[in-house]
Design a protein around this ligand. Structure first.
Ligand code: GUN
Length: 300
């Protein structure tokens, strides 16, 4: 079996096209332009590149976006004050504080400060709680994007054995909570593996759908999966530099997933590539959440 590629790039393009139409309708009918306020503290290269990509996506879709860049040594009080300012600014329907924050800032305190109605990342404890009990809330963008990828590639998780590797608050834990719900696009039997799991391969071999967000380059090999498995690879690991395909004179980051693509591609039925798999979906779902927030405010 040669795995079919689930292209996040293609699915994201389709969702963005659908969204562009909705954003212009909201503007034409209600005079509302969805707005996203982004707070970036410091200059971590991965964070800067995410934030730049978010800005570009907003521009393409007609969503108003403003990024507030704060220096690495900004005090916690100043970050909290900026969040409060955006909470009170009606131009913004969504607020995103790029993570991770510098060590001297308490992430928890900052996330709690965001108005839950503008929490398009879905990280506020109020929204986390709603997600756990299955109430409508903003869903964290990466796991929400993975659910879309599964559904739109014809891999409804209902009744399937889903194994998740990695228990982060951003991906693994929300993914587990989304997929166990009694709801469309969910109803799965979910198993969570992590760094203290005794026999990882014994668990991953049972997966009908394997979702890997462990941050360990190419850790999943062919002998760890069963024939016909659907694999979602969330890993984005920079393992070095390589010449660019377009311009071999230029060096670009060599990105690898958490799954050894070459080793598993003849065993899986579906697989997401890295890059071009889960990555484009995260930003797209952020756009969806920002639009939904604006729509909600229009209807209030
Ligand atoms: N850092 C890495 N991924 C994310 C994300 O989805 N949201 C935020 N706020 N920060 C991140």
């Amino acid at each position: 079996m040669v795995a079919e590629i689930i292209s996040g790039k293609e699915v994201a393009k389709t969702i963005r096209e659908e969204l562009t139409v909705k954003v212009s309708a909201l503007k034409a009918e209600k005079g509302i332009i969805p707005g996203l306020g982004v707070i970036l503290v410091g200059e971590d290269p991965a964070s800067v590149s995410y934030v730049t990509a978010k800005g570009k996506a907003c521009e393409q879709l007609g969503i108003f976006e403003e990024t507030y860049k704060m220096s690495e040594d900004t005090s916690e009080a100043d970050v909290l004050a900026k969040v409060e300012e955006l909470n009170n600014d009606p131009r913004f329907h969504g607020i995103l504080v790029q993570l991770p924050l510098p060590k001297h800032i308490d992430e928890e305190k900052v996330l709690v400060k965001i108005n839950p109605d503008k929490d398009v990342d879905g990280f506020h404890p109020m929204n986390v709680g709603k997600m756990v009990v299955g109430k409508a809330s903003f869903l964290p963008c990466t796991p929400h994007g993975i659910q879309e990828l599964l559904m739109r590639s014809g891999n409804d998780p209902e009744g399937k054995h889903v194994v998740i590797v990695g228990r982060s608050n951003i991906v693994g834990k929300p993914m587990m909570n989304i997929l166990v719900q009694k709801a469309q696009g969910a109803n799965a039997t979910v198993c969570m593996c992590h760094t203290r799991t005794k026999d990882m391969a014994a668990m991953t071999r049972q997966a009908d759908i394997l979702i890997v967000a462990a941050g360990v380059p190419e850790m999943i090999k062919a002998d760890m999966v069963k024939d016909g498995v659907v694999i979602i690879d969330v890993g984005v690991n920079r393992v070095g530099m390589k010449p660019s395909k377009k311009d071999p004179e230029r060096m670009v980051a060599d990105l690898r997933g958490d799954v050894d693509f070459e080793s598993v591609k003849d065993k899986a039925s579906f697989i997401t590539p890295v890059p071009g798999g889960v990555g484009p979906m995260t930003i797209t779902m952020l756009m969806v959440n920002t639009y939904e927030s604006a729509l909600k405010s229009a209807n209030e």
